[in-house]
Design a binder for this molecule. Structure first.
Ligand code: CTP
Ligand code: CA
Length: 225
């Protein structure tokens, strides 16, 4: 058997990570997006790289810098993120952390939409975006380890368990993103990690610590068999 360096257990392995929000244009100056700083996803990309993995990070629009030791690809929209991810398969592991906008505007305008004095605003017609995690989790080139996140404001475990099954993931990292938790945009995170065999509640940690712990867990999973 190949002996692996204890400090770099992911040497020779490839990883794909998504992070940040996506921006779905309404017109050239307006967009629909989820709230996401990209901090947790970027931290995970960096942590996997520190363990020796060859990491590609596909990032939506964020204000934080590209992580060190990682190849970063910048995208805007969910469809661009999907294309960037699928074009890089196969990989050994995929960690989908991006807060992908669930909907895009069905027909975005090439020109800035103008207000019409006295008129009611035109309704936005939305259409569903591709589910990148679900596509990767059921792909013929499915990575050995597929990890998703579940940002919830209620019924966290139930919702996360449903996502684990529906998306074909090995692990779902669930957190409570209710505004009063301060997790959104902050530097700390408190997560539960779900797998088909059970739930582990992790203590309140920094996003970097969550990233390190998750990277170690993924390395253990890849070492199995
Ligand atoms: N995800 C994705 N592509 C999407 C939507 C979500 O890859 N279009 C991924 C996220 O990166 C995350 C996981 O799926 O890893 C869960 O995202 P979440 O928004 O919590 O789940 P949804 O399936 O979109 O369900 P909902 O927003 O209705 O809770
Ligand atoms: Ca969603």
């Amino acid at each position: 058997a190949l002996l692996r360096d204890r400090d770099r257990p992911l040497e020779g392995r490839t990883a794909l990570v998504t992070s940040g929000p996506t921006h779905e244009p309404i017109d050239p100056v307006r967009y629909i997006a989820n709230r996401s700083s990209g901090r947790q996803g970027h931290a995970i990309a960096a942590a996997l790289a520190r363990l020796g993995a060859d990491v590609t990070l596909v990032s939506g629009p964020v204000t934080i810098p590209d992580p060190a030791g990682v190849t970063t690809v910048h995208v805007e929209r969910a469809e661009e993120m999907r294309d960037a991810v699928l074009s890089r398969l196969p990989v050994d592991m995929a960690v989908m952390v991006a807060a992908v906008a669930d909907w895009r505007v069905a027909t975005s305008s090439d020109q800035k939409i103008k207000k019409q004095a006295g008129d009611a605003p035109a309704p936005l017609i939305l259409t569903e975006n591709p589910d990148i995690l679900k596509t990767v989790g059921h792909h013929v080139k499915r990575p050995r380890v597929v990890v998703g996140f579940a940002a919830e404001t209620q019924d966290i475990e139930e919702n996360a368990l449903r996502k684990l099954e529906r998306k074909g993931a090995d692990l779902i990292v669930a957190n409570d993103v209710s505004p009063e938790t301060g997790i959104m945009g902050g530097s700390r995170n408190r997560v539960k990690v779900l797998s088909p065999t059970g739930v582990e509640a992790w203590p309140d940690l920094t996003k970097d610590e969550v990233a390190d712990r998750l990277a170690r867990l993924i390395a253990e999973r890849l070492a199995e068999r």
